[in-house]
Design a protein around this ligand. Structure first.
Ligand SMILES: [Fe+2]
Ligand SMILES: [Fe+2]
Length: 144
C-alpha cells in the first residue's frame, strides 16, 4: 500500500462513518463505529506534544475492544458458513500483532510512532472494513 504524506500534528481530522462501511448487521456495525471512535481518539492525540500515558491507555482499550469484536465477528462468520473465515482470522491476528508492536514501541519512548500507528489504522480501516468485512457481508447476504 502506498505511503501517504504524513499530516501535520494537530490537523488529524476525525474519520467519518459512512453507509458504505455497513456490513448489514446492526451489532457488527455498532462494533465498527466504536472502533472508529477509538481510532479518532488516537488521531486527536497526534499533536506536537504527545501524551504517552493517554496514548497507551487508548491503545490498550483499542486492543481489548478489537479482541472482543474479532471473536464476535468470527463467530458470526462461522455460523453463516463463510468460506473465507480462516483467511479473515489471519488478518485479525496480524492486526492484533501490529497493534501490540506499536504499543511496545510507544511504551519504550518512541512517541513519534503514533503517527505511523494512525496511518496504519486508517489504511486498515479502509482495507479491512471496506474490503474484507464487506466480503463476508456480501457472501452472507447472497446466501439469505
Ligand atoms: Fe474483520
Ligand atoms: Fe470487523
Amino acid at each position: 500500500m502506498k505511503q501517504k504524506e504524513r499530516e501535520i500534528p494537530g490537523t488529524y481530522e476525525p474519520l467519518q462513518w459512512e453507509s458504505k462501511y455497513s456490513v448489514r448487521e446492526q451489532f457488527l456495525d455498532t462494533h465498527h463505529q466504536s472502533l472508529l471512535a477509538l481510532v479518532n481518539l488516537l488521531r486527536s492525540m497526534c499533536q506536537d506534544t504527545i501524551k504517552k500515558e493517554l496514548v497507551l491507555a487508548t491503545l490498550a482499550d483499542l486492543k481489548e475492544y478489537c479482541n472482543y469484536h474479532f471473536i464476535a465477528e468470527e463467530k458470526y462468520m462461522a455460523i453463516n458458513h463463510y468460506t473465507g473465515l480462516e483467511e479473515h482470522r489471519e488478518s485479525h491476528e496480524l492486526y492484533t500483532r501490529t497493534i501490540t508492536s506499536f504499543y511496545q514501541e510507544i511504551e519504550t519512548g518512541k512517541l513519534d510512532k503514533i503517527f505511523d500507528l494512525v496511518d496504519f489504522l486508517e489504511q486498515w480501516w479502509e482495507h479491512h472494513i471496506l474490503v474484507l468485512d464487506q466480503d463476508y457481508a456480501d457472501f452472507i447476504e447472497a446466501r439469505a
